[in-house]
Design a protein around this ligand. Structure first.
Ligand SMILES: *[C@@H]1O[C@H](CO)[C@@H](O)[C@H](O)[C@H]1NC(C)=O
Length: 224
C-alpha cells in the first residue's frame, strides 16, 4: 500500500511538474502495477514502512520543489546556450586557417577557439577579447596586434611572432615560452602562470617599448 501511495504521489508530483491534468488518471494507471507489488510487500517488515514513508515523501517533496527550479534553469540556460552559437556566431572556431591573411583587420570579440592557424597572419589586427583557446598557432604572426583581453591558454605557439603586441589583460599558458619573439610587447596585467612567467623573464627578448602604448615590455611583465 505504501508503495502505491508513494507512486501515486510521485506521479502526481511529476504530472504537476509537467502541467499534465490531475492525478486521477495517474492513480488509474498505477492500479495494476501496485497490485503486482503487493505480494512482494507482504514479506517486508512493517518497521521499515514508517521510514519508507518519510524518505518517499521527502522524495516527492524534492520532485515537487526541484521541478520549478529545473524548469527555470532550462529556461535561463536556453537562450544563453543558443546565444553562444547564434549570437556572435561560432565565428572561426575549429576552422583551418593555415596560411591565411587576417592582418590589418577588425576581429574584435571573435571566437578562434581551436583553430589551426599555422603561419596565419594576424599582424596589426584588432583581436580584442578574442578567444584562441586550444588553438594551433605555430609560426603565426601577431606582431603589432591589439590583443587586449584575448585568451591564448592551451595553445601551441612555437615560433609565433608577438613582437609589439598589445596583450594587456590577456591570458597565456605555458606556450608563451615557445614564441619566436615578444620584444616590444605590452603584457600589462596579463595572466601568466607564475612558473611560466619566471622563465619568460629569463628570455633575452624581454625588452623594448611598445610603440602603441609606450609600455616597457620588461616592466609590463613585472620581471625583476
Ligand atoms: C589545413 O590547411 C592547410 C592548407 O590548406 C593544409 O595543408 C593542411 O593539411 C590542413 N590541415 C588540416 C589538419 O586539415
Amino acid at each position: 500500500m505504501v508503495k502505491s501511495v508513494f507512486l501515486t504521489a510521485a506521479l502526481a508530483a511529476s504530472s504537476h511538474a509537467f502541467q499534465l491534468p490531475a492525478s486521477t488518471h495517474a492513480s488509474d494507471r498505477l492500479v495494476p502495477r501496485s497490485t503486482s507489488l503487493d505480494s512482494e510487500r507482504s514479506q517486508t517488515a512493517d518497521a521499515t514502512d514508517a521510514a519508507d514513508v518519510r524518505i518517499r515523501s521527502l522524495g516527492s517533496h524534492l520532485t515537487r520543489s526541484l521541478a520549478p527550479t529545473l524548469a527555470a534553469a532550462s529556461i535561463a540556460l536556453g537562450p544563453l546556450a543558443c546565444g553562444a552559437v547564434s549570437g556572435g556566431g561560432m565565428d572561426y572556431a575549429n576552422l583551418n586557417l593555415t596560411g591565411q591573411d587576417f592582418g590589418n583587420g577588425n576581429y574584435k570579440g571573435k571566437d578562434f577557439t581551436q583553430i589551426i592557424a599555422k603561419g596565419t597572419i594576424f599582424s596589426k589586427s584588432n583581436l580584442q577579447g578574442c578567444r584562441f583557446y586550444k588553438a594551433y598557432l605555430v609560426n603565426a604572426d601577431f606582431s603589432g596586434a591589439d590583443a587586449r583581453g584575448a585568451a591564448f591558454e592551451d595553445t601551441s605557439m612555437d615560433g609565433a611572432n608577438l613582437r609589439n603586441i598589445v596583450a594587456s589583460g590577456s591570458y597565456f599558458g605555458q606556450s608563451l615560452l615557445d614564441v619566436e619573439s615578444l620584444e616590444g610587447g605590452d603584457f600589462t596585467d596579463a595572466q601568466i602562470p607564475p612558473k611560466t612567467l619566471k622563465l619568460v623573464c629569463d628570455r633575452e627578448d624581454v625588452k623594448g617599448t611598445n610603440p602603441t602604448t609606450g609600455a616597457d615590455t620588461r616592466d609590463s611583465l613585472m620581471c625583476l
